[in-house]
Design a binder for this molecule. Structure first.
Ligand code: PLP
Ligand code: ZN
Length: 414
């Protein structure tokens, strides 16, 4: 166990639960999700910013003292997760009238999505516990990252996902050797099956929201932002939201670094949801409990009926004086095309939703030209090329294999 770990804490009733060599998923009293709490006093005393800056480990493990794992563990993830680039996107800035817009691109992780951060920590916890089989429900990325990072370690994966998941994500799962169960239903149906399997068979669960170690992996996105911005993070961070685990993790990361005094201010966190999958947005705007919706959006990764980490998402918005915004599929596709053409970053629709949220906020005059704003691209566009073709309306120009075609081509393209 990390030298700096204290206990789990229920996000709802505050119950503190000791961390032992047995997996705890949710609060035994009220069944709500858990935070993992560190000894901030000791971290403050023993870990300095320069210790981190001097690290030559350019992965999420440069933040090892802030992770819930045995610092002397013999287990290693066989890929480089994290330390993804932040781009200044100058042409995109000009086009949008935002002088300090940045894009952080997590499509460059080993399995091409943000989810590798969570899988890495979830897998290491499973190895510490001696687990040999991990099950997960997924819209696609969580599972493909799990298989990518764990199959080479000899861990079996049993994956439940909606049959409608993009083919590239299913291909990733199969090539990494996962047992793939395509469910005739939604992500939520897949989630229920996978969780029931954990309850019946004792399989280790990498289900979002349920496994508290995942938020700890996801928080590394925020830890990196702090360091990449020289400990002065942007004013706003826009995060695409489905279950709410990424946004909750990002908030936890900023909070941990704020609590130890590494940053002086936490950015306002803005939740971006698809209009057709907006349970968290609705609860935030209407000041009410999160109620399930019947999700429908082409941004498959954020298509969720009932968000499993909704309470952490609402807390992230509220505690950072942030906000929530919804974007239509059309706005997501427009942002996807713009982010690639002017910013050089090809995101899948869910990832591009972050930029769509920025554009909407700017149009609604909620952002000023000089505000510093980071849009977090969470997944690579090659994960779902059918969506990408929709974004560009298939603009290819067919040609005969004949040099005479060149004059016609020149007229069309210049
Ligand atoms: C690319 C991408 N973006 C955003 C999300 C949303 O994350 P969360 O469900 O934790 O809100 C996901 C989740 O699968 C994802 O894969
Ligand atoms: Zn509780």
């Amino acid at each position: 166990m990390s030298n700096f770990l204290l206990h789990y804490k229920c996000i709802e009733c505050g119950k503190e639960i000791p961390i032992r060599k047995k997996m705890v998923y949710t609060c035994p009293d009220c069944n709500n999700n858990l935070d993992i709490i560190y000894d901030i006093k000791r971290l403050k005393k023993e870990i300095k910013k320069c210790d981190i800056e001097n690290s030559r480990d350019y992965t999420i493990f440069r933040y090892a003292p802030f992770l819930p794992l045995d610092l002397n563990s013999k287990f290693k993830i066989p890929a480089n997760v994290g330390w993804t680039p932040v781009f200044e996107v100058k042409r995109l800035r000009q086009a949008l009238g935002l002088k300090k817009l940045f894009i952080k691109d997590d499509g460059r992780n080993p399995s091409a999505s943000f989810k590798d951060r969570a899988s890495a920590i979830g897998i290491l916890r499973a190895l510490e516990l001696g687990e040999k089989l991990i099950t997960a429900a997924s819209t696609g990325n969580a599972a493909s990252s799990l298989s990518c990072l764990s199959s080479a370690l000899g861990i079996k994966n049993v994956i439940f996902l909606p049959a409608s998941a993009p083919k590239a994500k299913i291909a990733q799962l199969l090539i990494f050797g996962a047992k793939v169960i395509t469910v005739k239903g939604t992500y939520d149906n897949a989630f229920d099956l996978s969780w029931e399997a954990t309850k019946r068979f004792g399989w280790y669960s990498r289900n979002t929201g349920i496994n508290p170690y995942l938020s700890e992996g996801k928080k590394t996105g925020a830890l990196e932002i702090c360091e990449q911005f020289n400990w002065n993070p942007p004013d706003y961070v826009f995060i695409p939201v489905g279950d709410g685990c990424i946004i909750g993790g990002i908030h936890k990361g900023f909070k941990d670094f704020y609590d130890v005094g590494f940053i002086k201010r936490i950015p306002k966190i803005i939740a971006v949801q698809a209009r057709g999958s907006a349970a968290i947005y609705r609860a935030w705007k209407n000041h009410c409990d999160i109620k399930p919706v019947s999700a429908k959006t082409l941004a498959d990764s954020i298509s969720v009926d009932f968000p499993r980490d909704g309470k952490k998402a609402i807390r992230a918005i509220r505690d950072t004086h942030g906000d929530a915004v919804i974007v239509s599929d059309k706005e997501i596709l427009a942002a996807q095309e713009l982010m690639a053409r002017l910013g050089g970053v090809f995101g899948e629709p869910a990832g591009a939703a972050a930029l769509a949220g920025v554009i909407k906020f700017k149009n609604e005059r909620k952002l000023k030209t000089n505000d510093s704003v980071l849009a977090y691209n969470t997944g690579n566009g090659l994960k779902d090329i059918e969506a990408a073709f929709k974004a560009v309306k298939n603009k290819v120009i067919p040609s005969k294999k004949d040099f005479k075609e060149l004059n016609r081509i020149k007229k069309l393209v210049v």
